[in-house]
Design a binder for this molecule. Structure first.
Ligand code: AMP
Length: 196
């Protein structure tokens, strides 16, 4: 049975010099989200995939909220056209706020910030603190090394086989929203976080 997705949080790159194919995929995602009346929460940046996501959501008439620590506001990293902003004390509060009211998380390609946010969300899900779908957009194999690392964690018994049910991998931007809508319910309990 398909679940209702009203709000998503998108983790993605701030780099302004990535290949254009990544920006074009963001456009596809932004259109799908707006067409389906899904609100977007993101890091509030004005550059890279972050900036493009906000540009396109606004262009298509959707709703987007930035959540940004004060120190980034001070250096003027905030997207100028995004009207809805929550400025928070620090990075920890920001990551917590990303998950509040969010029905699904989407990780697009990105750098250390995106990887950190994605792995933290997976860890929270493992601990039963965040039950919602986590969608990894593996554009052109971008996430293959991370997925291989997670598979190695399972092979070497640092994680269990069930843990890979925490995330869904998609390879086409047009499949991201439907993957979130159709993701399996995560029913594991805190005790299942342990590998034994
Ligand atoms: P990355 O994937 O390494 O580009 O990191 C994206 C994340 O890094 C964001 O969610 C922020 O935590 C942080 N970040 C780095 N640069 C910026 C920026 N120019 N604007 C907003 N957030 C940024």
């Amino acid at each position: 049975m398909s679940r209702t997705i009203r709000q998503v949080c998108v983790y993605c790159a701030s780099s302004a010099i990535t290949p254009e194919k990544y920006l074009l995929a963001v456009d596809v995602l932004a259109k799908a989200l707006v067409d389906n009346h899904v609100k977007v929460v993101y890091g509030g940046g004005g550059t890279g995939l972050m900036g493009r996501l906000a540009d396109k959501v606004l262009e298509f008439g959707g709703e987007i909220t930035g959540i940004m620590p004060n120190f980034m506001k001070e250096v003027e990293w905030a997207h100028k056209q995004v009207k809805q902003f929550h400025f928070v004390a620090d990075m920890h509060e920001r990551k917590k706020r990303f998950l509040e009211g969010t029905d699904a998380l989407i990780a697009l390609p990105g750098g250390s910030g995106t990887l950190e946010e994605l792995l933290e969300a997976i860890t929270w899900k493992r601990l039963g603190l965040f039950p919602h779908p986590i969608i990894i957009f593996n554009q052109d194999g971008f996430y293959d090394p991370l997925l291989a690392q997670l598979a190695l964690c399972e092979t070497e018994k640092f994680m269990s086989a069930n843990h890979k049910n925490m995330w869904t991998v998609v390879t086409r931007a047009e499949d991201i929203l439907s993957a979130a809508q159709n993701a399996a319910v995560w029913e594991m309990e805190l005790k299942d976080a342990k590998v034994q």
